[in-house]
Design a protein around this ligand. Sequence first.
Ligand code: HEC
Ligand code: HEC
Ligand code: HEC
Ligand code: HEC
Ligand code: HEC
Ligand code: HEC
Ligand code: HEC
Ligand code: HEC
Length: 437
Amino acid sequence: MIRLLLAVVFMIGLVPSAWASDSNLKTLKVDFGLSAEGKKCIECHAQKQPGIVADWKDSRHGHVGVSCIDCHGVDKDSPMASQSCPGVKGTDTYVTVLVTPKTCGRCHATQVDQFDHSGHYRARLQYKGPDGRNFKGMAALIEKHEGQGLEKFKNASEMSGCMQCHGSVVTLDADKRPAKEGWPAAGIGTVWPDGSVGNCVVCHTRHRFNIAEARKPAACASCHLGPDHPDIEIYNNSKHGHIFNAEGSTWNFSSAPDAWEPGDYRAPTCAVCHMSGIGELKTTHNISERLKWNLWLPESQVRNSPDPLSPLTGEGIEGRKKMESVCSNCHSPLHTKNFFEQVDNNIELYNEGYWQPALAMSKELAEKKLLKENPWDDEFQKTLYYLWHHEGRRMRQGAAMGGPDYAHWHGVFELQQDLYKLKDIYNKRIKSGKIEE
Ligand code: HEC
Ligand code: HEC
Ligand code: HEC
Ligand code: HEC
Ligand code: HEC
Ligand code: HEC
Ligand code: HEC
Ligand code: HEC
């Protein structure tokens, strides 16, 4: 194993008195060069998978001598320890194809800790219970409806769909290699055999692990799109997206963390608003930290929980202040204040004008047994679902990120149509005491 020593020495008391007031002098000792064993991995894999080695060679890890074995090597007693790689068979070296946040955390503890406190941490855990089975409503959708009740296809839609964005539970086969039920999966909240949660490669992909890539909207767009959370579409519709699309290819995306500032770019990308250090704000891997509201729930509420498993994770009012501080680097205080008043007004319109009346009708129909058992074959329940899960999220997220087409035409305009439809069905069912055929 390469002996990469990252010793951070706090030199208080050991330095000349002129320095003594600075208690934060760091010494980062990095051992360059590769061990003989590390070199072997590269030489052979350069033949077998030149694509992987080419990416790695060009990465910061390559430059500081963090190599294959530092990420893929594991102790013999690790649950994932395998000798499936012919290059290590019969030796004392054990490897695994799985590189978990716990492994990255050996050298990047801060980023892992921030991630563990974010809404991303929850992505896989939230739709399954602790027993590993899907919650009732989700299980019914995935197995009974999308899988059409066919045993063989029980999890097919989940494996190619949900899991590739949300993450999977990785299980091991007899050789301690990952089984197909959970791997490969490109989801953000993957649960690994060593107990760690998350997926660091979704934004800076292997084997480059590049911050420039993660700062571009493309890094978020592979998951944040579509009818229920069209964040990339909203961004493209916004003035910021307009500017990025017109000239982003000429910006500097490679500055060091916390030193990437306006000037390197003219308009914010997703990362600038939600993650990057800018002005007084420090870089964070907790994407919930700068949010005020929850904008995906049926009814929006202000965030107020330290628990990453809570839908309201974050400190809403503090979060808004941080977001405003992002804007302050390029906009006047009045611009920002008025903008967010427009946003909050829109979110409250959604809550009071749409969700609350729709919910009241739904509750009454349920009490009077005027809802079908199968929600996916009931015009009222389907429309209610679209109202909050599709149209309602588009209206709220479109407003919050300056995408007028999503706030309006794909948003509130469709919401008023949904609400009139719900009222129509509700009136018919209440009047007749029956569910229409
Ligand atoms: C900074 C950590 C890191 C380093 C260094 C690293 N890898 Fe990986 N590697 C990963 C991660 C993360 C994955 C994805 C694992 C997963 O999906 O479970 C991966 C995946 C792989 C895979 C499976 C890829 C696939 O698409 O089938 C192979 C093979 C592999 N690495 C070989 C190597 C080789 C060879 C080197 C040295 C040139 C190397 N790795 C260096 C982190 C690393
Ligand atoms: C002599 C060639 C050779 C050497 C040396 C070698 N490998 Fe491999 N490795 C392979 C081949 C070939 C495979 C594909 C095996 C297969 O799945 O059939 C592989 C597979 C792997 C895998 C994927 C394992 C899996 O379960 O699919 C990882 C990770 C890996 N090697 C890492 C390493 C590391 C780390 C080193 C250095 C300690 C190393 N390899 C040295 C040839 C080599
Ligand atoms: C053995 C220690 C070690 C491990 C394990 C490790 N890294 Fe790193 N990583 C480093 C060091 C050292 C640097 C700083 C290199 C530099 O910027 O010069 C770095 C830099 C980075 C960067 C910044 C790259 C850039 O473009 O500036 C990213 C992103 C990164 N690592 C992600 C990861 C991820 C994800 C994992 C796990 C899959 C991982 N690292 C595992 C040591 C490690
Ligand atoms: C691999 C898929 C994936 C990628 C890539 C991804 N996300 Fe997410 N993101 C998700 C999922 C899934 C959720 C929902 C998590 C949950 O609440 O269960 C989410 C939730 C969020 C949330 C809301 C968190 C909360 O507390 O409600 C924000 C903000 C966010 N992502 C921003 C980003 C940004 C910015 C990027 C790019 C830098 C990004 N995401 C990249 C999948 C992804
Ligand atoms: C294209 C990627 C993608 C796919 C496929 C996907 N989701 Fe999501 N999902 C997301 C993102 C991104 C969010 C976050 C939305 C936001 O913050 O507004 C989300 C939010 C959610 C939420 C609300 C967050 C929470 O913590 O409760 C649930 C539940 C959910 N998804 C379940 C599923 C299920 C179940 C499937 C498959 C039947 C699925 N998703 C398919 C990307 C995806
Ligand atoms: C949602 C996307 C996303 C995910 C997931 C993600 N990163 Fe990052 N990462 C970024 C962005 C964006 C930056 C650049 C921030 C900036 O502008 O300075 C970054 C920067 C980094 C850096 C450079 C130092 C720093 O903090 O800026 C390291 C190291 C790093 N990430 C490691 C990790 C590790 C380890 C994980 C897994 C726990 C991870 N990342 C998961 C988006 C992500
Ligand atoms: C100009 C800054 C800015 C940019 C650029 C930006 N966002 Fe946002 N984002 C916001 C604000 C502000 C909110 C609403 C925060 C609140 O709740 O007050 C938000 C909300 C969100 C949410 C909803 C979280 C929830 O509760 O459901 C997601 C997801 C998200 N953003 C992802 C993205 C992605 C992905 C991109 C890039 C394609 C992006 N954002 C670009 C500022 C930005
Ligand atoms: C890096 C600089 C930068 C940051 C940070 C930034 N913006 Fe902008 N923003 C711009 C530029 C440049 C324009 C285009 C102005 C024009 O239309 O001429 C713009 C346009 C806008 C517009 C369209 C209306 C108008 O005046 O043109 C809104 C709304 C907006 N920004 C809101 C925000 C909010 C809210 C934030 C913080 C969450 C934010 N911006 C962060 C640079 C920035």
